[in-house]
Design a binder for this molecule. Sequence first.
Ligand code: LLP
Length: 433
Amino acid sequence: MENVNCENHFIFADCDTVELAKQFGTPLYVVSEEMIRERCSEIKESFLNKYKNVKAAYASKAFLTMAMCRIIEDEGLGLDVVSGGELYTAIKAGFPTENIMFHGNNKAWEELELAVKSNVGRIIVDNLYELDLLEEIAKQQNRKMKILFRVTPGIKGETHEYIVTGQKDSKFGIPLEQIYEVVRRTMDSESIDLMGFHFHLGSQLFENHIYKAGVEVITKLVKDLKEELGFITRELNAGGGFGIRYTSQDEPKPLHYFTDAIMEAVEKQCCQYNLEMPTIIIEPGRWVVGEAGITLYTVGSIKEIPGIRTYASIDGGLPDNPRPALYKAKYDAVVANKVNEEVSTTVTIAGKCCESGDILIWDLDTPLLTSGDILAVLSTGAYNFSMASNYNKLPKPAVVLINKGHTELIVERESYDHLLDREIIPSYLEKNR
Ligand code: LLP
């Protein structure tokens, strides 16, 4: 193994992970700023600098903190947010709101109000109800909002069924047949400037052919809208979803495998239909941050059921990483303090929650484990911190950012008092005590 020092410790982003665990405690999310920036550079090299009239936004639902907003701003990318909370985080971090795209299938009045007030760059309108709300808010505030409509293209990606979104029977987006009606409605609106369309096919995808299929559906729509309504599409957003490596079973492709396919398909279709090339936007989340993060845990109880299985329990699990329980997601891990020791046993890594489904990794091959060992679970940068809960009243872990071997705490560990911060005992229950 390459990432190991003379003490046999696992090195991540030039830092000794055993030392990190000692310094910051476990469980601990560790994120490499350099790896995030490398991905951003790849977006520039293989997309932004390669093609004209293209944009990229980071889908912040994968991992969002104010520090992350600063990195994304510094890299010159846009930000995709999906709730008032994500939008508020970006605003508080001083992210330029004109580079924010606001998504979501059920945005509340207050969320839309905040978006209009702060003049976000694009609102991706998911349905007619939202269009009504937005028109009213924009009118009230005397603004004209630039929007895209999210379209359901009717294409099913090959991934876990909870993270496919492009199929016809989906809660996301406007069915193709209803697009004419909504476009017509916006064409003479004083408060809405319809720039174009958005589709997102799903997440953790490995094949580019479904993106091509998505482009074909959407450009046909663009052509029909031009011919039938005279509507000119200025922007197309092809979403995110590019797959990453969790285990050696995954074979991720470079970004250009997806973006070249998208651009080729758009160019071909526009040429065939005699359309102006619209601005093309992508919005990867997992691909930017997933492999840039690991989680450190301490091994506690080790239980051997003779002839059946050995369970090694860690000091976190489902609340800091719900993905195995939700999607049967697979992870790989290393014993951070025994990197070069011979692999001699197979253990199942169990979380500490009262749930039989709280198993982080089934059948992991490891050196002989002992309580107190530090386990580093890999590729936890996306949809771990952002999906964490306090189930069983477990405090959420801290997040440490590493930049050139230098560590910074960007989210403090929750304390027991944080857990009770918002709790109130009604006065009648205080009586007779
Ligand atoms: N754009 C839109 C409109 C989206 O809905 C999503 C993800 C993305 C972009 C970014 O997708 P990515 O590049 O990260 O795959 N919690 C799940 C993933 C849910 C993704 C939801 N939408 C998981 O842990 O696998």
